[in-house]
Design a binder for this molecule. Structure first.
Ligand code: PMP
Length: 434
């Protein structure tokens, strides 16, 4: 194969799809940023465990004990994968969106939140009940750091007390994405964390797109929390992770009220009910947990670690270069970028094609070439509008009018790939675009 390394086996590489031109072709899954295919290894691990599946934390039987062990050991595996600090908590959730909403529900009183307008909606929107400052899109990584520095320096004092209420200005949280789901560009997370901490703020990393493509160390990046989703990390079974500092999570009301989160419940003499909640991760995991989903995440973490991120990154970067070169050969194509061509990026690229409606272009890639990409605004409307230079009031995700030659597109096409992507998929994509 022209690119380096071996693709890590994933499911779905032999799926045949029909073409409008007749016949069929094997499906080229180039929409990893939405949901990546399952690693073969994850599928095998889940299949091996499935007959032993049982309730977690709720049964005396052998299979319940086994499932509880696997569930709790998965926490350890994820903590190792993320290189967490010893006293960090790993909370299992449904997804990145769920993880960030959980953290939003755990903000201390009077917490100020700082978030770039360029974020995915999952990290842009959960903070609406807090005092949020939306930061303008930076055009370089250094500008991102300066913008945050200025905003934190200007922050207004408040009476907030409790953990993380640094500099006498009350608690603050910065939320930032590690790698953009639109441009694939990698953000200067370590530098942003240093600025946040220098100003007594905490920082949460949305690693939905970073974790599947890049080694991640909570300790080294010095972020307070990290959130990611199993289905983008090759483990498509409906679970996610919020990992990090225990103090805000322990002090907060449980995200969901119910069994599993409650340690002791008793009727009071006045007829009400007293509840003592757990102070561990279980506090925010009420209800029967998704043990298969959690086990799948742990399996993916192990598989990626064993395959070695160096090899995965090297191979993926070769594919990024191939796509970039291929697209550069087509003058009508414009690749979207905030930080410029040289910025490091994961295997996620968005582009527009002069004279084409992006939705039609994506539909043609599917119907005529069996290639699955995504079109639209990618749940990052402000960012895509900034990149396309469109008016915020112009048509959105669907129903964008036809863009004639020389006209601006109102949405874009995204191609994304990673472990398991064969060279042939990327070559077919480049050929099809040409
Ligand atoms: N953040 C980013 C950067 C994402 O790309 C996504 C998914 N597109 C999310 C958050 C939300 O992930 P989920 O849909 O799994 O909650």
């Amino acid at each position: 194969e022209p690119c380096c390394g071996k693709p890590l086996p994933v499911l779905g590489r032999d799926v045949a799809v029909p073409l409008v031109t007749g016949g069929e072709v094997t499906y080229a899954a180039l929409d990893y940023a939405a949901s990546a295919p399952a690693l073969q290894r994850v599928w095998d691990d889940v299949a091996a465990y499935a007959p032993y599946y049982g309730s977690v934390h709720r049964g005396a039987g052998y299979l319940s004990q086994l499932s509880t062990d696997l569930f709790e050991n998965s926490r350890v595996t994820v903590a190792e994968f993320l290189d967490c600090r010893d006293d960090d908590q790993v909370v299992f959730t449904r997804s990145t969106t769920d993880s960030l909403n959980l953290l939003a529900s755990a903000l201390p009183a009077d917490c100020q939140v700082f978030v770039f307008e360029t974020e995915h909606h999952a990290s842009l929107l959960p903070w609406q009940d807090a005092r949020v400052t939306y930061l303008d899109a930076p055009r370089t990584p250094a500008q991102a750091v300066e913008t945050l520095e200025r905003a934190l320096a200007d922050r207004t004092p408040c009476d907030g007390r409790g953990p993380g209420s640094g500099n006498g200005k009350g608690p603050a949280l910065v939320c930032v994405t590690g790698a953009s789901n639109v441009t694939g560009e990698i953000w200067p997370v370590r530098e942003l964390a240093a600025v946040a901490h220098a100003h007594g703020a905490r920082i949460v990393l949305d690693a939905a797109q970073l974790a599947p493509h890049h080694p991640l160390s909570v300790r080294d990046l010095d972020v307070d929390w990290v959130a990611f989703s199993g289905h983008k990390l090759y483990a498509p079974f409906g679970s996610g992770v919020l990992a990090g500092r225990a103090d805000w999570l322990r002090a907060a009301e449980p995200y969901l009220a119910g069994g599993g989160a409650s340690k002791k419940v008793a009727r009071r003499a006045d007829g009400g009910v007293d509840v003592e909640w757990h102070t561990t991760a279980a506090r925010h995991e009420a209800g029967s947990p998704n043990v298969i989903g959690v086990y799948a995440i742990a399996s993916a973490c192990r598989a990626l670690t064993e395959a070695g991120f160096d090899a995965l990154v090297e191979r993926e970067q070769a594919l990024v270069r191939r796509v970039r070169e291929g697209l550069a050969d087509v003058p009508a194509v414009k690749v979207l970028s905030l930080f410029g061509d040289e910025a490091p990026r994961v295997g996620v690229l968005s582009f527009v094609v002069d004279g084409w409606n992006s939705s039609h272009f994506a539909a043609a890639l599917s119907a005529e070439y069996g290639i699955g990409v995504r079109d639209g605004l990618f749940c990052a409307h402000p960012l895509v509008r900034t990149l396309l230079g469109s008016d915020p009031q112009e048509a959105g995700e669907c129903g964008a009018p036809e863009a004639g030659p020389g006209e601006r597109s109102l949405n874009a096409i995204r191609v994304s790939f990673g472990a398991g992507t064969p060279d042939e998929h990327v070559e077919r994509f480049v050929r099809a675009v040409k």
